[in-house]
Design a protein around this ligand. Structure first.
Ligand code: FCB
Length: 447
C-alpha cells in the first residue's frame, strides 16, 4: 500500500460557477443573463427547473466558506456573474454586485483560502445576446472591459485568474446544438462564436498584462482523451479528428496561432471560409501563465461514413458510468496530462474533476463511496503525472456542493457537500471527509 505524497505547495481546491449556485437572479441590481432567459424558457431544462434560487449562495456565502474551511481547502474557484457587475453588459456598473464579490473574496482571504476567479462561466448578459452575443465580435471587446474592471478592483488580492471556462461548450452547445443558452442551432455560427471567445480571452490577457498585476492568468478548457475504436488506419484518423475538434480547437490557436488543420480543411470543403484578421492571432496567442483543464471522461471513436462533417461516431464502453452516463476512466486523465504537457509545455491546473451520483441522506450522513473511489483513482493519476514530469500545480474538485447542473437542472449531484434544496441545509458527504484527509496529509493512499 503506497502513500503518494504531493509537492509541498500543491493547491487543493474545489470549484463552482455563479449561475449554478448563487440564486438571487434578479436581486441587488443584477441584470438578466442568457442562462436566466434560457432556464425560464419552457422545455429548455429538466422539469423546467432554473437557477433563480439554486443553492442561495448569494445569501449563504459565509456559511459556505465556513464549510470550505472545515474541509481544509487551500483554494476556491468560483465565477463572477458578468450581469451582476454590468447589468447591461457594459457601461453602467452595479456597485452592489461588486460588493458581493468583495465580501466573498475578503472572507476567503480571512480563512486563508486562495480565491481563483473564472471571469466567464457562460452567463452572458442578455442585453449583449440581444446584440448578437458571441456571434458579435464586439462582445469580445466588452468582455475585456468587464475583465479590466475586475482586475482593477481585485487584481492585487486575487492571485489566479481564468478568463473563460470551457469556450467549446459555450460555442458548440450554446450556438451550435442549442442544448445550452442561448439555445441557438447553427454550426457555422458556433465556429464564429468560438473565434470571438478566443479573441475575448486574448483581449482580457492583454489587459491583465498591461495592468502589471502580479498574479497568474490562464484559460480553462474541457478535454476528453480520445482513443480509436480499433487499430485500423480509418479509426486512428477519426480519433485524430475528434482530438483536434474536441481537445485542440482552442489550444492550438493560443499556443500555435492556428486552428487544427484537419478541421479547418473540413470547414473549407463545406465552404465555411472564415477570414479572420491576422492581428487576431497576436492577441489570441499572448502567453498565458497556466492552462486549466476540466476532465471527466474519455471518448472512443470510429470512422463513420454517414456522419456529414467529421465522419466519426462514438463507441460506447462497457466500463462503469456515472449518473451523467459518463464512463469512469481515470487513466484518461493521466494520458491527456502527459499529451498536453508534452505538446504545449505549460503549467497545468486541473480546474474541474468529479462525478455525479445519486446520493441519499441516511441518518444525517451521505455515504458516497463511489464518488470517493472516483476521486481517489483520479487523484492517483494526478500524482503519477507529476511523478512523470508534468508541471501540475493544483487540483479542484467539481464541485464544492450539489448545484444546478445546466440542462439537467438539480437532478445530477456533483458536490462533496450535499444540498437539500427545500431547506438549503448543507451536509458534508463522506467524500468531503475523504478529501479533507487528502488535503491534510497532502497525499493519497494507493488502495
Ligand atoms: C463542466 C462545467 C461545470 C459542470 C461540470 C459537470 O463542463 O464547466 O459547470 O457543469 O461540467
Amino acid at each position: 500500500m503506497g502513500k503518494l505524497s504531493f509537492p509541498k505547495d500543491f493547491l487543493w481546491g474545489a470549484a463552482t460557477a455563479a449561475y449554478q449556485i448563487e440564486g438571487a437572479w434578479n436581486e441587488d441590481g443584477k441584470g438578466e443573463s442568457i442562462w436566466d432567459r434560457f432556464a425560464h424558457t419552457p422545455g429548455a431544462i429538466f422539469q423546467n427547473q432554473n437557477g433563480d434560487i439554486a443553492c442561495d449562495h448569494y445569501h449563504r456565502y459565509e456559511e459556505d466558506i465556513e464549510m470550505m474551511s472545515e474541509i481544509g481547502l487551500k483554494a476556491y474557484r468560483f465565477s463572477v456573474s458578468w450581469p451582476r457587475i454590468f447589468p447591461e453588459g457594459r457601461g453602467k456598473i452595479n456597485p452592489k454586485g461588486l460588493s458581493f464579490y468583495e465580501r466573498l473574496i475578503e472572507k476567503l482571504l480571512e480563512k486563508n483560502i486562495k480565491p481563483v476567479i473564472t471571469l466567464y462561466h457562460w452567463d452572458l448578459p442578455q442585453e449583449l445576446e440581444d446584440k448578437g452575443g458571441w456571434l458579435n465580435r464586439d462582445t469580445a471587446k466588452y468582455f475585456a472591459e468587464y475583465a479590466n474592471l475586475l482586475f482593477y478592483k481585485f487584481g492585487d488580492i486575487v492571485p489566479i485568474w481564468i478568463t473563460l471556462n470551457e469556450p467549446g461548450v459555450c460555442a458548440f452547445l450554446g450556438y451550435g446544438w442549442g442544448w445550452h443558452a442561448p439555445g441557438k442551432k447553427d454550426m457555422k455560427g458556433a465556429f464564429i462564436a468560438s473565434h470571438n471567445l478566443l479573441l475575448a480571452h486574448g483581449l482580457a490577457v492583454q489587459a491583465y498584462r498591461e495592468g502589471g498585476y502580479k498574479g497568474n492568468i490562464g484559460i480553462t478548457v474541457n478535454v476528453a482523451t480520445v482513443y480509436p475504436a480499433s487499430n485500423s488506419e480509418e479509426d486512428i484518423r477519426a480519433a485524430e479528428r475528434q482530438d483536434a475538434y474536441g481537445n485542440r480547437w482552442f489550444l492550438d490557436p493560443i499556443f500555435k496561432k492556428e486552428y487544427p488543420k484537419v478541421i479547418w480543411e473540413i470547414l473549407e470543403k463545406n465552404h465555411w471560409n472564415f477570414n479572420y484578421p491576422t492581428s487576431d492571432w497576436n492577441v489570441i496567442s499572448i502567453p498565458i501563465d497556466f492552462l486549466g483543464i476540466n476532465y471527466y471522461t474519455r471518448t472512443i471513436v470510429a470512422y463513420d461514413e454517414q456522419d456529414p462533417y467529421l465522419k466519426i461516431k462514438r463507441i460506447p464502453s462497457l466500463n462503469e458510468h456515472t449518473e451523467m452516463n459518463w464512463e469512469v476512466y481515470p487513466d484518461g486523465l493521466y494520458d491527456i496530462l502527459i499529451k498536453i504537457y508534452k505538446e504545449y509545455q505549460i503549467p497545468i491546473y486541473i480546474t474541474e474533476n468529479g462525478a455525479a451520483y445519486n446520493d441519499t441522506v441516511e441518518d444525517g450522513r451521505v455515504r458516497d463511496e463511489k464518488r470517493i473511489e472516483y476521486l481517489r483513482e483520479h487523484i492517483k493519476r494526478v500524482y503519477f503525472a507529476i511523478r512523470d514530469g508534468v508541471d501540475l500545480k493544483g487540483y479542484f474538485v467539481w464541485s464544492l456542493m450539489d448545484n444546478f447542473e445546466w440542462g439537467h437542472g438539480f437532478s445530477k449531484r456533483f458536490g462533496i457537500i450535499y444540498v437539500d434544496y427545500e431547506t438549503q441545509k448543507r451536509i458534508l458527504k463522506d467524500s468531503a471527509y475523504f478529501y479533507k484527509k487528502v488535503i491534510e496529509e497532502n497525499r493519497v493512499i494507493e488502495d
